[in-house]
Design a protein around this ligand. Structure first.
Ligand code: ZN
Ligand code: ZN
Length: 266
């Protein structure tokens, strides 16, 4: 069984439409494909160019469901929804009417700071500010887990994207976030997209993945693909990484219920 659930189309910042993404699934050996375009509902309603327009969520869902009809493989309806402290109730209300198979919780912003948008901004930060960004990130991941709005966490440890690392020991903050994820019954993903970024490594780091495994946190393997050719980018490497962390199972989702299946061999 191979699934790929974290994928973007022209509804947000992907390069192809839903139909083209889904049509590529069989050639990638996928047994299920999920579409998870960005929906960024910030408390200040900031306009984010890589998000679908907030008033188009219903149209996005209608299109995914329509493509599902004629697809050779099951198409799962997902969304990648940002977590912001203070938007929990609004997001819950916005997503509630729809038949999602899963909702990915991601932290791309620490207040006004976009952790993954530009290396330039990171280069202007002092060491103390770098630490603050990481500390703020992990606090938000804990908040994300406690919000109850999500099924799995997207690209855990995203702030490493441009090769920056905290100077201070943040193991307490990280442990608190992982404990919150475990307590909430959320899964995490190995997001292979990081391998093609300046950090040159999938999210999360192997040490973090082992900490997830130790807490019994379920796992998915995803590529965060923005084009069909990336649908299974570095999946073999990710499976090996999962195995080394002690995982023997992955999960897939149907109507927000996690279903375990064996971690594929290769
Ligand atoms: Zn993301
Ligand atoms: Zn994404």
């Amino acid at each position: 069984m191979t699934t790929s659930y974290h994928n973007h189309t022209t509804w947000s910042d992907g390069t192809t439409d839903v139909a083209a993404m889904v049509a590529a699934a069989p050639a990638h050996g996928l047994d299920e494909i999920g579409i998870s375009d960005h929906y960024v509902l910030a408390p200040d309603r900031r306009a984010v160019y890589w998000s679908m327009p907030l008033d188009r969520l219903e149209d996005y869902i209608a299109e995914v469901l329509a493509v599902q009809e004629g697809s050779p493989v099951p198409v799962r309806l997902g969304v990648e929804a940002d977590f912001f402290p203070g938007n929990e109730a609004d997001l819950c209300e916005a997503l509630a009417p729809y038949p999602f198979d899963y909702v990915i919780g991601s932290v791309h912003y620490v207040d006004g700071f976009s952790v993954d948008e530009a290396a330039d901004i990171w280069h202007t930060l002092s060491p103390a500010e770098v630490d603050e960004a990481f500390r703020g990130y992990w606090a938000r991941v804990a908040g994300l887990a406690r919000s109850g709005n999500y099924d799995f966490v997207g690209h855990l440890d995203l702030p490493k994207k441009f090769g920056f690392a905290p100077h201070a020991d943040l193991s307490k903050e990280i442990a608190a976030a992982l404990d919150a994820i475990a307590a909430a019954g959320l899964a995490v993903e190995i997001n292979t997209a990081g391998a093609a970024k300046p950090c040159a490594a999938a999210y999360p780091a192997p040490s973090l993945l082992r900490e997830c495994r130790r807490r019994g946190i379920p796992l998915l393997i995803n590529a965060d693909a923005h084009a069909p050719h990336d649908l299974t980018y570095q999946f073999a490497e990710a499976r090996e990484m999962a195995r080394r962390a002690g995982y023997r199972q992955l999960v897939r989702f149907e109507r927000r219920r996690a279903i375990a299946y064996p971690l594929p061999e290769s």
